[in-house]
Design a protein around this ligand. Structure first.
Ligand code: ACO
Ligand code: HSE
Length: 395
């Protein structure tokens, strides 16, 4: 096992120096596919200070295209961290109280082992020789990191979308290691509609001649058009019809008349092109294939004889499930299914449906009711955890 402080990654045709830490686990890790895979490197970032008892750790699980840069300027986009509204001094996840950990998922492209990493056996990037991984595998790799840090029990595990899937997986796979779990805008399984949208994105990437059957890095190419179209399609699913109407309506982009051509006449077209274009600068096409596949394979009930409640039987974890009214990708119904399953086994669960017109990505935005919900739940859990009850549970 090796710990390192600085590291470089290759993203598209650039090499970027990443802040944060990484740890290399030499031993192979069993995967849900039945394969064994290693070595595995985990790139992660922390905020705040771990207390002497190691009882104040909060693990943040990121979504499909997120990464470990939760609450600091992103090293590539130079934008604020994706959850700087939620995480920081005095925020709902208060870094003056908690030690916040976020690692880049395996399969990703921000420093943890993924298809862009060099296969030690060939000296070339793994590309499509990288194994298909699952949400369970991502969480298994995170557990190695948490064990490595000597943390026996996480005060809280929290995340939205694919991050929420990881939260659920943590609670099911390692219930004794989680005091409180906050799955947000997520689902216990990927639906046919979710899989369908992912398949459109993957086909766009694979149809790009610069994808080169996954070996574009060796050929110094980037499947920009395919990855960009994949993001444009996906981005529509992260918004809502009212949000698109509010932002753009049918307004024209930098012109007063239709062009009777295929330029971006409408603001919404220009916006989507911008989203696709900027995404390509920060994300890898093969990672997109692998991570969307991991989400497609997610089905918590399948591992428990088709009954979701069985997954949570005897769970000691305190759950707060959150959904958003306008999220049609991971709708309230999917989140409520989690709550029903938890109630069926008398688990400790609360549920909040937040009123918002922002769609699925509402969990990334300034939504006061949402932030108050997380703040209140975390404070309530902290009272129980730090007033002896939780400490007792650790030893
Ligand atoms: C959850 C995780 O783990 S990490 C998540 C990964 N990160 C993301 O998904 C971030 C990318 N996603 C986004 O930015 C999402 O749109 C949101 C929902 C998070 C942000 O929403 P908002 O703050 O409302 O931003 P909005 O959707 O309006 O997009 C603003 C961008 O569109 C651009 N834009 C707005 N209108 C137009 C237009 N007519 N033409 C071209 N570009 C436009 C803006 O210039 C801005 O560009 P920039 O981001 O390069 O500065
Ligand atoms: N927009 C976020 C959420 C997707 O579920 C992302 O790209 O990761």
């Amino acid at each position: 096992m090796t710990d390192t402080n600085c590291h470089k990654i290759r993203i598209q045709d650039k090499t970027v120096q990443l802040p944060g830490q990484r740890v290399l686990f030499e031993d192979p890790m069993p995967l849900d596919s039945g394969l064994s895979f290693g070595p595995i490197e985990i790139a992660y970032q922390t905020y705040g200070t771990l207390n002497a008892d190691k009882t104040n750790a909060v693990l943040i699980c990121h979504a499909l295209t997120g990464d470990q840069f939760v609450s600091e300027t992103h090293p590539i986009t130079e934008k604020p961290g994706w959850w700087s509204l939620m995480v920081g001094p005095g925020k709902a996840i208060d870094t003056e109280k908690y030690f916040v950990i976020c690692s880049s998922v395996i399969g990703g492209c921000m420093g943890s082992t993924g298809p862009v990493s060099v296969n030690p056996e060939t000296g070339n990037p793994y590309g499509l020789n990288f194994p298909v991984i699952t949400i369970g595998d991502m969480v298994r790799a995170q557990k190695r990191l948490i064990d490595h840090m000597g943390i026996k029990k996480l005060f809280c595990v929290i995340g939205g979308s694919m991050g929420g899937m990881q939260v659920l997986q943590w609670a099911v796979s390692y219930p004794e290691m989680v005091f409180a779990a906050i799955p947000i805008a997520t689902a216990p399984r990927h639906t046919a509609q979710n899989i369908a949208f992912h398949e459109v994105g993957r086909q766009a990437i694979m149809a790009d001649p610069d994808w080169c059957h996954g070996a574009y890095l060796e050929k110094n190419k980037v499947p920009r058009a395919g990855l960009s179209v994949a993001r444009m399609t996906a981005h529509v699913t992260y918004l809502s019809e009212p949000a698109l109407h509010r932002k753009f309506g049918r307004r024209l982009q930098d012109r007063s008349n239709l062009t009777y051509g295929f330029d971006a006449d409408f603001q919404v077209e220009s916006y989507l092109r911008h989203q696709g274009y900027t995404f390509v600068e920060r994300f890898d096409a093969n990672s997109y294939l692998y991570i969307t596949r991991a989400m497609d394979y997610f089905d918590l009930a399948a591992e428990h004889k088709g009954r979701l409640a069985n997954a949570f039987k005897d769970s000691p974890v305190r759950f707060c499930v959150v959904s958003f009214t306008s999220d049609w990708l991971f709708p309230t119904k999917a989140n409520r299914d989690i709550v029903h399953a938890l109630n069926a086994v008398a688990a400790d669960v609360s549920f909040v449906e937040v009123e918002s017109d922002a769609g699925h990505d509402a969990f990334l935005l300034d939504e006061p009711e949402f932030h108050e919900t997380i703040d209140g739940f975390v404070k309530g859990c902290a009272e129980r955890w730090f007033n002896g009850h939780g400490k007792g549970a650790i030893s």
